[in-house]
Write a protein that binds this ligand. Structure first.
Ligand code: MIC
Ligand code: SF4
Length: 643
């Protein structure tokens, strides 16, 4: 039986397990990346492991999220990461050099290699034929130390692309169509593999837009083949020697296949507040727009911004619209500056932001009250923009520009003839903002610079024999990590200060939650389906841990968050019978008797609702390895026990 593209890479990197769908496999990781908002924690964890030098082929630390520097905290954390990187063999991409996923694709990604990153959009690397996955910081730290990365062997979902994109329809519309078909939980437990004749019509940056936003499907990752298009991209990046062809076998077997005709696609938009609430731009109609933001790791490539510049050239942004543009990398920014496109953006009235995540994670540019903001980003979760009642729509750069000019949501197909935009034969290559690590001899002398923002890590204890605690919070379906542990300009600077962060836990849903936790000392969270979708931030586990959360009982989990809970020693449990969710009320007194024994022996897990006098069964969403980890009180304790 032939292999799919992803199965080939998995086979070449398999360290443990067999490739049976649903069983745990351990993978050798070739490359890692971190960004600063998750990186400080990841490097503290790496330091705690005591490994002097990373064992990967390439590890890169990016600074791209926390670049506002409204106080000393971020600059201190950046300095810490820079010094750790220098000492431990990690390349350091300085603030200003760009968004991790964009820069990694340009300068480091290699077809056929494995990459994990402490950021959920790491699958951007799938655009170049990498097996690239988002992970919690602790898992990235373990991979840097040479340890395997564990995932559940996913099913293979093929998306067969036929036809060719029509004028004014672009890669963003392709992934929005996939989200419309599959929903934000449609990719859970699957790798999405793109194939078919339509693949050759898409450039690498377009492919990367699609794999990037595949994160919103809940997929383990998404991947494109590495073909001649990939070769010319790498050649233009001066890295042709990194190219190799990578295709699925002709007789590869997929668990599921979906066909999308690129020629039939129309400009689409994801409506508030979910990336899968997709409609055509025409269906939504000409709603008034207050803000347009272009950028993020989804749509900030050279190709995207050249398209934007060609639309804006010689025109002026509508008087009621604020247009912000953040180029994805210094390479993109510099090329736009050199060829004059930047002047077209400035002259049209765009507010140019630095090459960073910026408004995508609520770092500035929060919209006005009830404001409608069109964004080329990948997430429109409630409150993420920093304005609680803002209405965020996710659109392509083409739709964003057409609307910025007209002041209302506008189908770009009304703009007339589209200028042809091609990828350059050579990109501008200047890696002067990427600092290589110190040599092994020099490394010993490098001093780690720690600022006062770095606070103690919450401690964990072994799983007790039974748990008795109240259901301190009950939430519904599709709870995101932005609900659990919000980000944004006011909170993000404190990513290495768990006690401070804890004041904001679940702030979007229930501001009293942290106080309830403090009063009760311990608790259980009840949730619906796809709990923990979105970001890879392990803070969404570490903060509840700090607040005394012992278990999370839900209908189903998102992959990375579930792993983060287990790493933190919090029990991830799922209802055996989803209807039991309805029998629990917030503040009910719950008991999990003999839970330790049940986890150890794969026994039945019974939950007694002492308030209601009922009981129901749940199952642990844990592999055997994770069972041992949770018994020990999390991955760090478990690793200490093993050594
Ligand atoms: C995001 O897009 O939500 C983030 C911010 O990049 C996160 C990482 C984080 O929370 O620091 C992600 O996608 O993993
Ligand atoms: Fe940054 Fe936004 Fe991409 Fe997350 S999704 S890495 S915040 S640009």
């Amino acid at each position: 039986m032939g292999l799919t593209l992803a199965q080939k890479i998995i086979k070449n990197h398999l360290l443990s397990g067999d490739m049976t769908v649903g069983s745990e496999i351990g993978l050798k990781i070739d490359q890692t990346l971190t960004q600063d908002a998750t990186g400080t924690m990841a490097y503290l964890e790496f330091e705690a492991m005591g490994v002097p030098r990373v064992k990967t082929e390439r590890s890169v630390a990016y600074i791209d999220h926390n670049t506002l520097q409204t106080g000393f905290e971020n600059a201190d954390d950046h300095r810490y990461i820079q010094s750790v990187a220098k000492k431990h063999g990690i390349y350091f991409s300085r603030p200003g050099n760009g968004i991790c996923h964009q820069v990694h694709l340009e300068r480091f990604g290699i077809p056929g290699k494995t990459l994990i990153g402490s950021d959920s959009h790491t699958p951007t690397g799938g655009g170049i034929g990498m097996l690239a996955m988002g992970a919690g910081g602790l898992d990235v730290a373990v991979a840097m130390g040479g340890g395997p990365y564990y995932i559940t062997m996913p099913k293979m979902l093929r998306i067969n692309l036929i036809g060719k994109l029509g004028p004014w329809v672009s890669a963003k519309d392709v992934i929005l169509e996939v989200l419309r078909i599959l929903s934000v939980k449609g990719g859970v437990g699957k790798i999405v593999e793109y194939g078919g004749p339509g693949v050759a019509t898409l450039t690498v940056p377009e492919r990367a837009t699609i794999t990037n936003m595949g994160a919103e499907l809940g997929a383990t990752t998404s991947i494109f083949p590495s073909d001649e298009v990939t070769r010319s991209f790498l050649k233009a990046q001066g890295r042709e020697s990194d190219w190799k062809e990578l295709l699925p076998d002709d007789d590869a077997v997929y668990d599921e296949t979906i066909t999308i005709d690129l020629s039939a696609l129309k400009p689409l938009a994801a409506c508030p507040h979910s990336p899968d609430a997709v409609k055509t731009v025409d269906e939504i109609g000409p709603i008034k727009v207050d803000q347009v933001c272009i950028g993020s790791c989804t749509n900030s490539s050279y190709l995207d911004l050249m398209r934007v510049a060609s639309i804006l050239k010689g025109k002026t942004v509508h008087p009621d619209v604020s247009l912000a543009i953040a180029p994805g990398s210094k390479q993109v920014y510099n090329m736009l500056a050199q060829n004059g496109a930047l002047a077209d953006l400035i002259s049209a009235g765009a507010r140019i932001l630095e090459c960073a995540c910026g408004p995508c994670i609520g770092m500035g540019q929060s919209p006005n009250s009830k404001g409608v903001s069109l964004r080329t980003f990948n997430r429109n979760f409630e409150g993420r923009s920093g304005t609680a009642d803002a209405q965020i729509y996710l659109v392509s750069p083409e739709t964003a520009c057409a609307s910025a000019l007209s002041g209302v949501l506008t189908n770009p197909q009304t703009l007339g003839k589209e200028d042809p935009i091609a990828l350059p034969e050579t990109f501008l290559i200047n890696d002067n903002m990427i600092l290589p690590p110190a040599s092994e001899e020099e490394a010993e002398k490098v001093e780690i610079l720690r600022g006062p923002n770095i606070k103690e890590f919450p401690t964990t204890t072994a799983l007790p024999h039974s748990i008795e605690a109240k259901a301190l919070l009950k939430v519904g379906d599709n709870i995101t990590t932005d609900h659990i542990m919000p980000a944004g300009a006011k909170i993000l600077p404190y990513r290495s200060n768990i006690p401070y962060l804890s004041n904001f836990c679940f702030g979007v849903c229930d501001k009293e939650f942290p106080e309830r936790c403090r009063q009760n000392g311990k608790g259980i969270i009840i949730g619906g389906a796809n709990y923990g979708q979105g970001s890879s931030r392990e803070h969404a586990a570490l903060v509840p841990l700090y607040l005394g959360i012992k278990a999370v009982i839900v209908k189903s989990f998102a992959r990375i968050h579930c792993a983060n809970l287990a790493n933190a020693g919090i029990l991830p449990l799922a209802f055996e019978n989803e209807a039991d969710y309805d029998t629990i009320d917030q503040m009910d007194e719950l008991e999990l008797p003999n839970i330790r024994e049940a986890i150890q022996n794969h026994g039945k897990i019974l939950v007694k609702n002492k308030t209601k006098g009922t009981e129901f069964e749940v199952r642990a969403v844990l592999t055997d390895r994770q069972r041992n980890m949770v018994l020990a009180g999390g991955l760090l304790n478990y690793t200490r026990e093993q050594n």
